[in-house]
Design a protein around this ligand. Structure first.
Ligand SMILES: Nc1ncnc2c1ncn2[C@@H]1O[C@H](COP(=O)(O)OP(=O)(O)OP(=O)(O)O)[C@@H](O)[C@H]1O
Ligand SMILES: [Mg+2]
Length: 398
């Protein structure tokens, strides 16, 4: 009995000993697993690449923005210039005129304002009688200093040329006389020379000077070119003012207006001889338009000029007709048919190209034609066209 109890107790003890040993093993395993896990975790978060502080801001990218702005600025500038240039509807340079109209250029006359600088020295050199005196006053010159209506695009220049001249002497337009060494005079000389070259075959050439619309500089151009033909090339030249609505030739030439062509054409007593004035003892004569009547002179009377011209051709090398503008008037076709050469005056950067094309289409000139571009900005003319052309001893200080 007691042996049975001992055996039972021994068995329980052994069981409990085994359990205890098992628990000890499991505790050891658990600790091993725990330490292994801890070691693995530590390895998982090891810093391989330590963080760096940035040396420049990631955004905005100033260089990129500046490059983009540079390209955009350049593109905008070029783009605007191209758009303005393609939208410009007037002529600026002679080669543009030649390209678009297919008519040769006779001269490119700079504007007085840009060529003379708009100061008193404008007309003070090279002239004789009308230069300034102590009594002279600064006079704003008319014309391109004002808005000129009917110039094709309604624009007008605001700048005013001021010269030291006594008021009421608009003969300053005779640049060939008052400023013979200027770039402006030189261009009138160029036109005169080209006209002379175009006329070598003829004994006398009748040149009709006109423009598409009014106020483009016809009269000033005609007078100066006539002066150059007579004075510089020694051609016997007669200038006839055929603009009965706006006669200015006598004003610019400084001769009396009446009697003139209108009296001769209307056969009201005046002889041709009594109407013609010689200018400055050079071989240049002026036939003014005569008194301006309210009613236009009938076309058949204007046609009488043709017969007069036949007679006058015998006496002169050049006859220059200062004609009215082409577009508003009907009689231009008659004048053009009387001439050998048509000199079309175009005001640079003012008269619209389509207006010039329309005028030429209306006229359909059959005679030799050349263009005189006036009012070119001197800063757009080549350097050799600026300033005086020849060294002048004892020239006044400028
Ligand atoms: N190259 C130039 N530079 C600056 N002004 C000029 C030039 N040529 C002419 N002008 C001025 O332009 C104005 C008009 O000139 P002009 O009288 O010769 O033109 P026009 O075409 O004969 O005019 P209209 O159709 O009224 O007869 C004048 O005041 C003149 O002084
Ligand atoms: Mg005129």
């Amino acid at each position: 009995m007691r042996e049975q109890q001992l055996a039972g107790l021994t068995r329980d003890y052994d069981n409990m000993q085994r359990n205890y040993q098992g628990l000890l093993d499991r505790r050891l395993n658990a600790r091993l697993a725990e330490s292994l896990e801890k070691r693995q975790k530590g390895e998982q978060f090891r810093v391989i690449d330590p963080a760096h502080f940035p040396t420049f801001p990631e955004s905005p990218d100033v260089m990129k923005i500046m490059m983009l702005a540079l390209f955009a600025g350049c593109g905008l500038g070029f783009g605007t210039a191209i758009v303005i240039e393609t939208m410009r509807s007037s002529f600026r340079y002679g080669d543009e005129v030649e390209r678009l109209l297919g008519i040769p250029i006779l001269a490119e006359v700079p504007s007085y304002q840009s060529a003379f600088g708009g100061v008193s020295r404008a007309l003070s050199f090279g002239g004789t009688s009308s230069t300034s005196t102590s009594s002279s006053r600064h006079t704003p010159l008319p014309g391109w200093g004002k808005t000129t209506p009917g110039n094709g695009n309604g624009k007008g220049k605001k700048d005013v040329l001021v010269v030291d001249r006594a008021p009421g002497t608009p003969d300053w337009n005779l640049v060939m006389k008052w400023r013979p060494l200027s770039a402006v005079a030189e261009q009138y000389r160029v036109a005169a020379t080209r006209l002379a070259l175009m006329s070598t075959e003829r004994k006398c050439s009748v040149v009709v000077v006109t423009s598409s619309v009014k106020g483009e500089g016809k009269t000033a151009t005609a007078l100066n070119v006539g002066y150059a033909l007579a004075h510089d090339l020694g051609k016997r030249t007669l200038m006839i003012d055929c603009d009965f609505k706006q006669p200015r030739l006598n004003v610019y030439a400084g001769v009396s207006a009446d009697p003139g062509l209108s009296s001769v054409l209307q056969e009201i007593g005046s002889s041709m001889e009594s109407c013609i004035h010689q200018l400055d003892e050079s071989p240049l004569w002026i036939l003014p338009a005569g008194s301006v009547s309210v009613r236009p002179i009938e076309l058949f009377k204007i046609k009488r000029l043709e017969a007069l011209l036949t007679e006058l051709r015998e006496r002169f090398d050049f006859i220059i007709l200062d004609a009215p503008p082409i577009l508003p008037l009907a009689d231009m076709n008659v004048f053009v048919s009387m001439g050998d050469i048509l000199a079309l005056v175009i005001r640079s950067e003012e008269t619209r190209t389509d207006i010039v094309q329309k005028a030429l289409k209306a006229l359909r000139p059959a005679n030799q034609t050349g263009i005189i571009l006036t009012g070119i900005q001197a800063n757009e003319t080549p350097y050799y066209m600026k300033g005086e052309h020849y060294a002048v001893p004892n020239s006044p200080t400028r």
